[in-house]
Write a protein that binds this ligand. Structure first.
Ligand code: PXP
Length: 244
């Protein structure tokens, strides 16, 4: 099963200071060295985290799957067709949401998406749709010409106890239905080191797309070394002959 690492939150940290670090491009190369099968970024209309420069550089340096998450707008279509990511995942986008809140509204957008997807597919780039774990959404995904779907695991991730088990079964049923209609099926959103095991165990899933939890852990597992390196630097220069 593939792991696509979403590096948006590296850029969120950079944008907190509008500076040059941490760089999602550098983080991506390290994620790939760690075994990531792909890098995902969500280029938002408001560019709140990753930006056009990140996408351009990632296209140059990512040797595995570069998955561009984007809203189905004309602006994003032009950018995507110019950059040519390896995969385009269409997601709903609301300006004031903290993160993508749910899957696409396929019933309302069916006609629009069919035309939009065909424009992408004419260029040979595969299209995935981020959808809720609902059987009708699987059927519509296939009807509108998607190659893949990414099943939204957010409700599973946020539920507890028996409710979580019910949500897991909704995800499993959606995966099975997706495979039945010939789609490749991925899953993602809200997956953590604590809840990933049951989703990773679902038969037939192509891959998982994970961001927040991996970037959060990276901050913690890396902080000890980062502080040690800064201490060393300060120590060396505070005892140097060239003190000012
Ligand atoms: N998949 C999609 C479509 C997303 O929008 C996101 C969040 O950007 C993710 C996966 C990753 O979710 P998380 O950051 O919760 O792991």
């Amino acid at each position: 099963m593939l792991l696509g690492v979403n590096v948006d939150h590296v850029a969120t940290l950079r944008e907190a200071r509008k500076t040059f670090e941490p760089d999602p491009v550098m983080a991506s190369t390290l994620a790939i060295l760690g075994g990531a099968d792909g890098i995902t970024l969500h280029l938002r209309e408001d560019r709140r985290h990753v930006n056009d420069r990140d996408l351009r550089l990632l296209r140059e340096v990512v040797p595995c799957e570069l998955n561009l998450e984007m809203a189905a707008t004309e602006e994003m279509l032009n950018i995507a067709l110019n950059i040519k990511p390896d995969l385009i995942t269409l997601v709903p986008e609301k300006r004031h949401e903290l993160t993508t809140e749910g899957g696409l509204d396929l019933i309302r957008q069916k006609g629009y998406l069919r035309t939009y997807i065909s424009k992408i597919k004419d260029t040979g780039i595969p299209v995935s749709l981020f959808i809720n774990p609902e059987i009708p959404d699987i059927e519509i995904s296939s009807e509108v010409g998607a190659d893949m779907v990414e099943i939204h695991t957010g409700l599973y991730a946020n539920a507890k106890g028996t409710a979580q088990l019910e949500e897991l079964h909704r995800v499993i049923r959606a995966v099975q239905e997706g495979l039945k209609v010939g789609l490749q099926v991925n899953a993602g959103h809200g997956l953590t080191y604590y809840n990933v095991s049951k989703v990773a165990a679902i038969k037939g899933l192509r891959g998982l797309y994970i961001g927040h939890s991996i970037i959060s852990r990276a901050v913690l597992v890396g902080i000890e070394r980062a502080v040690r390196e800064m201490k060393e630097l300060i120590f060396i220069h505070s005892r140097s002959e060239k003190r000012l």
